[in-house]
Design a binder for this molecule. Structure first.
Ligand SMILES: NC(=O)c1ccc[n+]([C@@H]2O[C@H](COP(=O)([O-])OP(=O)(O)OC[C@H]3O[C@@H](n4cnc5c(N)ncnc54)[C@H](O)[C@@H]3O)[C@@H](O)[C@H]2O)c1
Length: 333
């Protein structure tokens, strides 16, 4: 089996590649990534001499290269995206370019060569979940910010290509991921790194936003299962059912690191901030038998320890991207 992984130098894509090649050592992966923000080839340094892995630096919008590689693989899985909500609020354009036009570029190649497409989307396309509601795959899409709107647009494109052209595609909508190698600007790594450095840990608004979380290794295992067992044209929600407030997460991190809670600093809320995300993922359990294997607390502890033990990975990234500018000084207008 040959797979084109787009965006495989980022957090989830690199975890997918390492996990997939460990489980399927004779399969081949081509990783195409334009090495923009969030990428880090260090995530994949263990594969440098693996003959079944190759890296190509390019943009998913480069249709010629996408066509050329797609013609020679069985399946394409796309992680490539502009993925940070705060950045999408400051400047939506790159999100439209990559998340919408990039997905279109891949879909055209998939249509031409009749290959399988796994479209990695997000639960954020459903928007706020009121009360105790949990969205299932048939729930209405109601994105709140430019990031989730562009991901939602891509979801619609994918389903339209299935319905109109009969393209073989699967869409996944996963909750917030965490784990090793996550870029330092995201909530969990940023909170860990700032706590380690005894810097204030910012929380938007009152910190009561609720998210459900998944350890990245559970997510990539679900994706691998879907390549062989997912049904074309279907959407699968993926979560580990851990719903927790942002404040509780930061408190847990401070506790693991034995730091005082007064490191928490409440800052102005993110415009359009969704209060709660919640999805029901019974479908993927019933249809393909996937279920998460990690508990939130043990995975969080493992993640904190990983950042403690891998300062050489994040130190070079932190100077540029985590501490300057502070997220609350971004220009929202
Ligand atoms: N992180 C989460 O919690 C989460 C949750 C659900 C879904 N997702 C989705 O999973 C995917 C991966 O997320 P992530 O957290 O690993 O993101 P990431 O930002 O760490 O990685 C994205 C990768 O895509 C690459 N990329 C961006 N634009 C590109 C382009 N035009 N051409 C080629 N490569 C490009 C980047 O260089 C980077 O390596 C995204 O599609 C995201 O929407 C993420």
């Amino acid at each position: 089996m040959k797979i084109l992984v787009c965006g495989g130098a980022g957090f989830i894509g690199s975890s997918f590649i390492k996990n997939y090649l460990k489980n399927n050592p004779t399969h081949k992966i081509t990783n195409l990534d334009n090495l923009t923000i969030g990428s880090n080839l260090d995530n994949l340094k263990g594969l440098k001499n693996n003959p079944n892995y190759e890296f190509i630096k390019d943009n998913i919008k480069n249709h010629n290269i996408i066509e050329k590689i797609t013609s020679d693989v069985d399946s394409v899985i796309n992680f490539a995206a502009e993925s940070h909500v705060d950045r999408s609020i400051s400047n939506p354009r790159p999100f439209i370019e990559t998340n919408v036009l990039g997905t279109y570029s891949i879909l055209e190649a998939i249509r031409k060569f009749e290959k399988q497409f796994i479209h990695v989307s997000t639960d954020e396309i459903y928007g706020d979940a009121e009360g105790t509601t949990s969205f299932n795959e048939n729930s209405q899409i109601n994105p709140s910010n430019p990031y989730s709107a562009t991901k939602a647009a891509a979801d619609h494109l994918v389903s339209s290509y299935h319905r109109t052209y009969g393209v073989n595609c699967i869409t996944t909508r996963c909750t917030n991921n965490f784990g090793p190698n996550q870029f330092p600007e995201k909530l969990i790594p940023k909170s860990i790194i700032r706590s380690i450095k005894n810097l204030k840990v910012p929380l938007y608004g009152d910190g009561q936003q609720i998210r459900s979380w998944i350890y990245v290794y559970d997510h990539v295992q679900a994706l691998e299962s879907l390549i062989s067992r997912g049904e074309s044209g279907q959407v699968y929600n993926i979560t580990a059912y851990e719903e927790i407030t942002n404040k509780s997460i930061v408190e847990k991190i401070l506790k693991i690191l034995d730091k005082p809670t007064d490191l928490i600093e409440y800052v102005g809320d993110r415009p359009g901030h969704d209060k709660r995300y919640s999805i029901d993922c019974s479908k993927i359990g019933n249809d393909i038998g996937w279920k998460p294997s990690y508990s939130f607390d043990s995975a969080l502890e493992h993640t904190v320890n990983w950042y403690l033990e891998n300062k050489d990975w994040w130190e070079p990234l932190v100077d540029e991207n985590t501490l300057h500018p502070q997220p609350w000084t971004l220009n929202w207008k």
